[in-house]
Design a protein around this ligand. Sequence first.
Ligand code: NAD
Length: 321
Amino acid sequence: MIIVPEKEIANLMGRTQAFDAVEAVFAAMASKDAYNFPVIREAIGHADALYGFKSGFDRKSLALGLKSGGYWPGNEAKGLTNHQSTVILFDADTGKVKALVGGNLLTALRTAAASAVSIKHLASKNAKTLGMIGAGHQSAFQMRAAVEQRNFEKVIGWNYHPEMLSRLAETASELGLPFEQATLEQIGAEADVIISITSSHAPILLDAHVTGGTHIACMGTDTKGKQEVEAALVARASVFTDEIAQSVSIGECQHAIADGSLKQSDIVEIGAVINGDHAGRSSEDEVTLFDGTGVGLQDLAVASSVVDLAIQKGIAIEVDF
Ligand code: NAD
């Protein structure tokens, strides 16, 4: 068995590898070569934690395994990230355990890669202003990946806790872009691409806020009961997702599905656009929305790449197991 510890991931996997792995696995999902197993996610009644498993199998790449972990809201005060996760890969031919891979940085990279894939395939080619809703741990990863997809000229941002906006300002500065704190009305009117990445349980971005042909990547809603965007906005948009089953149950679409304003058959898997089976954006005025729920296959894809890179670079730890 191979072990790739968390501390090695940053030296192995960059945004380009994560983007390529995630784009390929979304394509494999849409062509039915890869599928996710049902998600287990439980409030364990300790430390306010949500804990669970995401798993799946990709018959094309033979990635088989699971990501185990979840969200511990008190971790930041202990100097740890709130998300904690570990990926276990298995040999698809024998079922033997193949690798144990630190999953924290990989989660941030694969989640940012997912919204970047949606921007590549769905946002207006002329997008200039990036709107960020959310300023937590994931937000910086999201911004860095997004700006590689279009020639953005500025970033505007809003956060429920305004004192956290310095993270967005610092990240924009690192990327050489000006940053402005904005209202939700300004973000809805001015941003060509909006990324929402919060742990909100009530709509933040409202239908009335969005006035142009915006692309919205909803990345925060990954559990039943969470919500970042008003259901009427989801119903008005052309909706794309990583996986329809997750989108309607734990993703941003759960609310529009529940109130009947969106049908499951209205939602398109982003892989269909990547594969060329769906045209994606049809006009500059269209609002496109990507419901990025976060699938286990993303984790297996990036973890498999990391294992290959660790072997190539001679830093994989081999254990007789
Ligand atoms: P974090 O704890 O570092 O930051 C939380 C963010 O949510 C901050 O911007 C905070 O101000 C905001 N927030 C907190 N309470 C809020 C409220 N009541 N209303 C509105 N905003 C509120 O978390 P993070 O690591 O940045 O993750 C953000 C979200 O992304 C979480 O919900 C997490 O579960 C989700 N996530 C999704 C995926 C995916 O694949 N879709 C992957 C990783 C994380």
